[in-house]
Design a protein around this ligand. Structure first.
Ligand SMILES: [Zn+2]
Length: 316
């Protein structure tokens, strides 16, 4: 009898473990519907040819995303579709870039029109509607240098830099030494960075889905620290900051979450080149930010190699 009781207990414990394990697997990402993602690239003052494939691989290997890429070619002031990935309509190639956003849950921009071209009015309007209607957008590093003249784009990304931005584009946004969020209307250009260095990132929104479970402070490997960014800064949550100890002596926003209509925008200022995309601080925040932008939730777990405040961690 006693032995039987032990046996029943073991079976019960085993079943419980299986059930719990199933629960964990259920949120691992593999079983959730994939997030259909479009990366747009083709012009940037950064090495988009090197970074897009790394971003694509990172997203696909997480098990949570499928990724297509549209590469634009400038044709005077306009853009034509230069190339698309295999699953996309090859008839797009060679034609003027036209709205295609509705096929996707998420758009990621690795695009900076630094040579003065513009997306057509039809594309801009379609993209505004796409995000407003409740889709996701991720603005990655120098994509926040783009489109100074496109008002709604700047609302989506909350702030930007360079491209002659100044006080007419909106306030500087940062957190001061007392932890207070400052919208600083003073005059001056928008967007600066010093030499690259490995800096600590402070989690400023520990209850936000993107940041929940991440350390309070974690190291990022050597990268540009974007500072003095300015823009409309509406409906924005500062998710994370870095202290610009050598220059502004402000806690400069590194990661932002923005609400635009019913849509969500994740803004990462990090990731200058392919090397910086090996930083676990970048990888984890980028994947979780992308998932949040597309779905409003985050299931991608914080990995075991997440750095803390002591030193950055990079992957091969
Ligand atoms: Zn850069």
């Amino acid at each position: 009898m006693r032995l039987q009781k032990i046996f029943v207990t073991i079976i019960f414990a085993f079943s419980l473990l299986v059930a719990l394990n199933f629960g964990v697997q259920h949120v691992s990402g593999e079983q959730l519907p994939k997030i259909k993602t479009l990366i747009i690239d083709g012009e940037n003052n950064h090495n988009w040819k090197a970074t897009t494939p790394v971003l694509q691989k990172m997203l696909e290997e997480s098990g949570r995303f499928t990724v297509d890429v549209i590469t634009l070619n400038r044709d005077g002031k306009k853009y034509k579709v230069g190339a698309v990935t295999a699953n996309l309509d090859s008839n797009l190639v060679g034609n003027e870039f036209s709205p295609v956003f509705d096929k996707f849950d998420l758009v990621i921009s690795n695009f900076n029109n630094h040579k003065g071209g513009a997306w057509s009015e039809a594309v801009r309007t379609a993209f505004e509607k796409y995000v407003k209607d409740g889709h996701g957008f991720v603005v990655y590093h120098a994509a926040d240098n783009a489109f100074r003249e496109w008002k709604e784009y700047n609302k989506m990304i909350a702030f930007g830099g360079w491209g002659n931005r100044n006080e007419s584009d909106g306030p500087y946004l940062y957190i001061d030494k007392d932890g207070k969020t400052i919208r600083d209307e003073s005059k001056g250009s928008g967007g600066h960075h010093g030499s690259q260095w490995a800096f600590p990132i402070t989690n400023q929104a520990t209850e936000h889905p993107v940041m929940k479970g991440l350390p309070k402070v974690f190291m990022h490997s050597a990268d540009e620290l974007y500072e003095r960014m300015r823009g409309p800064a509406e409906n924005v949550t500062i998710l994370a900051t870095a202290y610009a100890k050598n220059t502004t002596k402000r806690h400069e926003p590194m990661l932002l979450a923005i609400e635009y209509g019913k849509g969500r925008v994740f803004h990462t200022t990090l990731g200058h080149d392919a090397q910086q995309l090996k930083s676990v601080a970048f990888i984890v925040t980028f994947l979780r930010g992308a998932e949040w932008a597309a779905t409003g939730k985050v299931n991608i777990p914080v990995p075991d190699d997440m750095p803390n405040e002591s030193e950055p961690v990079t992957r091969k």
